[in-house]
Design a protein around this ligand. Sequence first.
Ligand code: B12
Ligand code: SF4
Length: 660
Amino acid sequence: MPINNFVAKIIPIVNNKVDSSAPVVSAADEKYQVMAETMRVMARTQPQKNLTPVHIDFATKKTSVVFVLMPPWGKFFPPYNIARLSAITRAAGYNTAVFDINIKSYLHFKNNKLVDYDPWEYSREAMWANQQYDTDLRPHIEPLFQEYVEKIVSLNPDVIGFSLYYTNEQCATWMAMELKRRLPNTVILAGGPQAQKSYVHPVDEFDHIVQGEGEALLLEILDRVENGQPIGDRYIKQPSGQRIDLDSLPFPDYSDYDLNDYVIPNGISAELSRGCVAKCTFCSETLFWKFRGRLSGNILDEIEHQYKTYNIDVVWFIDSLVNGNLKELRAFAQGVVDRDLKISWQGYSRCDDRMDLDYYRDLKASGCFSLCYGIESGNQRVLDAMKKNIKVAEIEQNLRDTAVVGIKSDLNWLIGFPNEDPSAFADTMTLMWRMRNFNLNWVSSGLTMMKDPETDVGINYHKYNILEESFLNTWLTSKLDNTCIHRKIRMKTFELFLLEINVEPVVQKTFKKSFFRTSLSNTYHVKYESDTLNEIEYEQFDYDIIKPEINMLADSVVNEIWPVLRLLWRTRGAYETVITFDPESDGQDYGHRLDCDYTATHKFKIDNNGNWTADFEYKLVLPENPWDPGPAPVSMLPWVDHSFEHRYFGTGCWAVSDIA
Ligand code: B12
Ligand code: SF4
């Protein structure tokens, strides 16, 4: 079938204005005037300076383009990036088709009950790149992929574009190879997060790697194909510092998708801005592009268009943060009320002490049902090193106000930042406890700190006392007191603590449901003496309790269990517990990122007066060269095996005055 017949719809966009059948608010309308007046005081009337508009001239073209999204990627909404790009290629007159093979694969697994778990759960991401893919997924999924190969080949497109994530690299590469074999003259492009900067591992089948915002670059590429000109370099990069004017783009095109395929069929994504106003030292989001917002009037027009065209009433803002421009966000909220759009929306947010109760009330009135905060840590020293630019007390205030107005909060934590020690980690649990009743929707313990090569931590790792070498395939500090062993213990004990926050059922329910730690609850038990629930303050506490003097690594690992033991006592009073670690069950829960051969049993008992007894056993087995593939750092030579076995019996007494 020629691609012309295949393409379902071309949204007519002339001079960059959507001419849809959806009712458009007329500027002459009295209500519109009143509304514009209310918003004017808050919204910018002019776009930001130094933005690059995307010029789209419509003319019927002979070139055809197919966009492909391979699994696994989000199952909740249609892909926003492709909806953006396909709107532009159609607006410019290119024949365009979209294949969201990701969602079709998800439905294939779900509807046919092919496996008894959901491979699209976040905690399953590793299986898409390891041998489990070959045994559990490939046999089911490749026949489906083959069907799509046939469909795409039958269209014989001039250009095929893949959106790459690290999650879908394996499947996208397979598909690109198959298509290249069948369509050797078709130009195959890769764009998306995994095509950026040093993340990309391009295979030859991708003819060009598009780096940066795709809108203008793609039009340039297609223009060259249309005019029979060479496309140019293999890497096609957005000019450094360029920021696309998002208000100059046509609205994302969702006509290619059956919204019922997605987990939230009445929802779509949207963006108020791109980039982030902050520059947290661990975060890669800001490296992709610099911050710029949209005019609230433009985003309101877009949402009104989608609301009326697709009958959606849920909007998920995909911005790095929705509150990069506080005034504009408030103007947007006001506009939703004025236009009487009955939507619910959510988005990522920074904590910011300029957001007070009234501000949150305006967000709530506009349908904001949840804000997803990157809390990361409860320790000020760690937050400062992360350059989060926020005080712990301000985080608490924001979260309290969010709850007061009835907006739900999602919390994201980042365990194991380089300067996080056991005491700082205990502050994280303290903050979590203090916020437990703040109308929480879900809590994510995250993936633990990863050293992203493009971030300040990745580039200036010496500043953070991180070694250049990797140990057990991941980063570590020069004192060997923050390795993947420490981070695994912190991650597991943090999650254990979350499970024990039994007070707010929603935390427990959603945590258990969405995080698939299948082994966690089988590897510990706690018996409390009473139903005590104490409110606690942050404290300075020395967790260097056991001093076995085995080696640098062992001497810190043996003390990693204390923060959770102390926090359980401070929050819940007398209890006894057994907490175990073993490589197999922990490996199931924490996978390749935190893989290490660590076994431990902690038997611990404490009474209401703080008298405790401890019986701990540990065994760490390191490979012959844990620094593999490189040699050990010069400062550690000659490398002596740091594996250890240790047994600790001890008693002590913690001051009851430390509880509150
Ligand atoms: C929304 C979102 C999600 C949603 C997805 C919603 C859905 N569709 O159901 C949810 C919350 C489910 C999600 C989950 C995950 N996410 Co996420 N997510 C995002 C987020 C915030 C926005 C994505 C987006 O739409 N961006 C806006 C669009 C316009 O940008 P874009 O996708 O980069 O596309 C532009 C260019 O890249 C380029 N482009 C893209 N594709 C193509 C194709 C061609 C041919 C061309 C020419 C250009 C091009 O042009 C586009 C327009 O300029 C991004 C961060 C961010 N701010 O981008 C992270 C991000 C994409 N997610 C990421 C990750 C790691 C994940 C998870 C793996 C996390 C985890 N382990 O728990 C999971 C995976 C889910 C799964 N099952 O596979 C990473 C990806 C990193 C990487 N290198 O792959 C990001 C970048 C966050 C980060 N900084 O680490 N995510
Ligand atoms: S962590 Fe959040 S606030 Fe910080 S730079 Fe990244 S997106 Fe922005």
